[in-house]
Design a protein around this ligand. Structure first.
Ligand code: SAM
Length: 193
């Protein structure tokens, strides 16, 4: 099935968890992957793989299978993307368990956290658990990159997330608005490495 249709189907099944009607565009993927240089000791952890809109570009920059781990909640999506990206480590699981999933994988240190989760629409208890996991990676030295849609940028959960991160790690580096994305989005980056 076409990637856009598959994504829309996932959205219709669970709008709050998917949080977008279309996969990220190549332009947003490029912004999300700016400056990311993984290797087996400095891996990329992608949270919320979806239909693999960013993963397909990650495939081009990871030197080997063991430089990447993806976590996606929707088992049906993972079945599809695993057949499409058979050389990528993508597992079914929750980002709220990301730290233990990574430990169990036996892969190298997470130096890049590419987070595609829809914090604006996730239940607060889930967001809080995911943030606690992100802090564990950040405390070990990591670059976190997220995207936030322009239309949701000033909604309370989006502001709260930025405040939480700013209080802990300082101001983010924000990209220009990526207009060629449905909907337009900014990327935000914090680094402790
Ligand atoms: C906005 S979509 C982004 C998908 C893709 N990375 C992209 O950029 O097109 C968010 C994805 O996060 C997944 N997701 C939501 N909650 C999650 C959680 N707690 N753990 C892992 N994945 C989650 C959804 O199923 C969905 O595939």
């Amino acid at each position: 099935m076409n990637e856009n249709l598959k994504f829309l189907q996932a959205f219709l099944k669970n709008p709050l968890k998917v949080g977008a009607v279309a996969p990220s565009s190549p332009e947003l993927a490029a912004e999300m992957l700016q400056g990311i240089q993984p290797d087996d000791n400095n891996i990329v952890l992608e949270l919320g793989v979806g239909t693999g809109a960013i993963t397909k570009y990650l495939q081009d920059i990871i030197p080997s299978r063991s430089s990447y781990l993806g976590i996606e909640l929707d088992a049906e999506l993972v079945r599809t993307i695993n057949s499409r990206f058979s050389d990528m480590n993508i597992v079914v699981g929750s980002a709220a368990d990301a730290y233990s999933i990574h430990k169990e994988s036996g892969l190298g240190k997470v130096s890049y956290l590419i987070c595609c989760l829809p914090f604006v629409s996730l239940p607060k208890e889930v967001s809080d658990c995911v943030l606690a996991e992100i802090v564990r990676f950040m405390d070990e030295g990591c670059t976190l990159r997220i995207f936030q849609y322009a239309h949701g940028y000033y909604l309370p959960p989006a502001i709260k997330l930025r405040e939480f991160m700013r209080n802990r790690y300082g101001r983010s580096t924000r990209s220009p608005l990526v207009l060629k994305n449905l909907p337009p989005a900014f990327t935000l980056t914090w680094s402790t490495s």
